[in-house]
Design a protein around this ligand. Structure first.
Ligand code: ATP
Ligand code: MG
Length: 454
């Protein structure tokens, strides 16, 4: 049996108040009555009610006003309005204002009970929804990894599952897809979270220092080794080591790294003493290591050691559904950071963001939003505020340069003139000498491109 609900009855007619009280009380509800809108609102301020039964026609504050006041203050409150026979129209208006249902006068106890029962079910569902939504959003909220696309949810699930194990993980994905973000999240969700997370950036360390950086060295082991030094393996002991850009280590160092991982011990450069190590290894690459194996630049055995659990982060252009969520997330973040009040991204700007190709992935999106927040004139980000660095310089398609357009055009005209240069020069409105120079400059040859028809 259901528990009694807290119900407030607001009606100026005493007989009606008494009747409602009787019917509801008998069903086990806790009923409070008010004889006008003013008293009703005061009661609503002091206590939470599940359901309010409200007469629309009252002197003083009208039922409509009371209704909109309730919906303002607490939109979840279920309001059922009582209407006289001739006022269906006002019932409709009340529903538009957010009333849940209406009871036309006169009504019988079963009619009332049926409505209350429905209202109660709706209320339960609403509460469940709020609860589910909260659960879902805490589940999705993972150390700032934003994204609700199927792929991102799967990745977050995988992170939760594998983080507590000590498994070795290889994260692959284009630049800016969040590889480091994911590596840090794995560490934070692991048993090692209170131990160090040490990054070893294989892309920025000079080859000759690799070994010493990794394993440390003893004083005097090579020129410049003026003191004994701990390597990353020691620094990260009991924690996690993140090998970023793993494809950049030389074959020689790959062998040493493999041995260290297999044997779980290392020795410093210039020392024969071995040191036990207990580290979890996460690596990241934006290169295709399988291709590296084929090309002979990456050891296959090391690859299998590192990629016990592979995680692939898809490029942003394949996760377009996540673009609005990410853009709004960065909008909020940079508003706070830059103390700005940019409220929203215009529909057209958002359209542009969701159709752009994102060669720089999430990092590029983040940079573009930050810049737009800083530079936006009003409180809306418009297309003019969006600046795509990769579109305007380095990564612009080669075919859009003036030179390539010129080459293409000259080629077309020459073909059309059957390689009669005088004719072509005339059509192009340049002299023959200039045409010859351009043909040479662009390396245009007859039959160079597609074979001529006929
Ligand atoms: N899903 C995401 N949610 C929120 N922020 C993200 C997400 N993915 C990436 N970012 C942000 O984008 C930026 C780039 O991410 P990160 O440095 O992890 O990328 P990366 O894959 O390591 O790139 P690179 O290969 O260039 O080193 C970071 O500031 C990161 O916080
Ligand atoms: Mg990175």
């Amino acid at each position: 049996m259901t528990e009694g609900l807290n119900i407030l009855v607001v009606d100026d007619e005493e007989a009606m108040r008494d009747a409602l009280y009787e019917m509801l009380h008998r069903k086990g509800h806790n009923v409070t009555v008010a004889r006008d809108g003013y008293r009703g609102l005061k009661l609503l301020d002091s206590k939470d009610f599940d359901i309010v039964i409200l007469d629309l026609k009252m002197p003083g504050i009208s039922g409509m006003e009371v209704l909109s006041e309730i919906k303002n203050k607490n939109p979840e409150t279920i309001v059922i309005v009582i209407t006289g026979y001739a006022t269906v129209e006002s019932a409709v208006n009340a529903m538009k204002l957010g009333a849940y249902d209406f009871i036309p006068k006169p009504f019988t106890p079963p009619e009332l009970n049926a409505i209350i029962k429905r209202a109660e079910e709706k209320r339960k569902l609403a509460i469940e929804n709020i609860y589910l939504h909260e659960q879902l959003s805490t589940y999705m909220r993972m150390d700032g990894i934003i994204g609700e696309s199927e792929a991102m949810i799967k990745i977050k699930e995988l992170i939760r599952k594998i983080a507590p194990t000590d498994s070795t993980i290889l994260i692959s994905g284009e630049s800016g897809t969040g590889k480091e973000l994911v590596a840090r999240a794995i560490h934070r969700y692991s048993k090692r979270k209170n131990k160090p997370f040490v990054t070893f950036d294989c892309g920025s360390i000079v080859e000759s220092l690799f070994e010493s950086e990794l394993f440390g060295h003893v004083k005097g082991s090579f020129t410049g080794a003026i003191a004994t030094r701990h390597g990353k393996f020691e620094l990260g002991n009991r924690g996690t080591i993140f090998f970023d850009e793993i494809a950049n280590i030389s074959i020689n160092v790959q062998g040493k790294l493999l041995r260290a991982i297999q044997e779980r011990e290392i020795s410093k450069v210039g020392s024969t003493q071995t040191i036990k190590i207990d580290v979890r290894i996460i690596s990241a690459t934006n290169k295709d290591l399988v291709k590296g194996i084929r090309d002979g630049t990456f050891r296959e055995d090391l690859f299998y050691r590192l990629s016990v659990i592979p995680i692939h982060l898809p490029p942003l252009r394949e996760q377009r559904d996540d673009i609005p969520i990410l853009a709004n997330y960065f909008l909020g973040r940079y508003n706070r950071k830059r103390k700005k009040g940019v409220k929203t991204i215009s529909e057209r700007a958002m359209h542009e963001l969701t159709t752009y190709d994102w060669p720089g992935n999430v990092r590029e999106l983040q940079n573009i939003i930050e810049r737009a927040v800083v530079l936006a004139k009003g409180d809306i980000i418009k297309p003019a505020d969006l600046f795509y660095p990769s579109r305007t310089d380095s990564e612009r398609p080669a075919d859009s340069t003036l030179e390539s357009v010129e080459k293409e055009h000259i080629n077309k005209i020459l073909k059309a003139c059957n390689w009669n240069k005088s004719k072509a020069a005339r059509l192009l409105k340049i002299d023959r000498k200039t045409l010859r120079l351009k043909i040479k400059k662009y390396g245009i040859k007859s039959g160079n491109n597609s074979p001529e028809p006929g």
